[in-house]
Write a protein that binds this ligand. Structure first.
Ligand code: HEM
Length: 143
């Protein structure tokens, strides 16, 4: 059972990070586009965010199950560090994508600014996820 949960946990980690890499070519294709073409590229962007969001929820739930099934103490330093990074980035993740797309459709920002902001957010998101991935894989004993 433990191995099965670990498998689910790792699959959800892959699905939490992997789809975001695809967003770079999508962002490149958005440059200079408008109307229906731009709308459909933004839709791909939003669909990707949706997949990653669901995978992130599975990641957390399977992580909690691993702690329980594996009798890992909750004070384990690499687990606490992952949770700290996760909570401190939740505020960022909530504001990273949707509000920017909304600003674009409201006319507050143009497509060039939208693409720049989204690209920066994708890098930030990948960076945060890679920090957590490192804590999980290296399991450093910080204290
Ligand atoms: C609430 C948050 C989380 C908890 C409680 C949690 C818990 C755990 C536990 C207990 C293990 C150890 C399994 C073992 O080695 O037997 C583990 C492994 C793993 N976790 Fe997490 N996790 C969380 C979030 C994450 C996140 C955000 C990622 C990726 C970004 C991630 C990726 C991994 C990976 C790849 C492994 C396998 C590492 C290995 O077997 O060496 N986890 N997780």
């Amino acid at each position: 059972m433990y191995k099965f949960i670990l498998f689910i946990h790792i699959i959800s980690a892959i699905l939490s990070i992997g789809p975001f890499i695809v967003l770079f070519p999508v962002l490149n294709r958005m440059i200079g586009k408008s109307g229906d073409v731009l709308d459909s590229l933004i839709e791909i962007f939003q669909a990707t965010i949706r997949i990653v969001k669901h995978a992130g929820h599975v990641l957390v739930v399977s992580g909690i199950l691993l702690m329980w099934q594996g009798n890992w103490p909750w004070l384990t330093s690499w687990v606490i560090m992952t949770i700290v990074v996760m909570f401190s980035s939740i505020v960022f993740l909530a504001k990273a994508f949707k509000p920017k797309i909304r600003q674009f459709y409201a006319g507050t920002i143009n497509s060039t600014v939208l693409i720049q902001k989204l690209r920066f957010s994708v890098w930030q998101y990948i960076f945060i996820l890679l920090i957590m991935l490192w804590f999980m894989v290296a399991k450093p004993n910080i204290w």
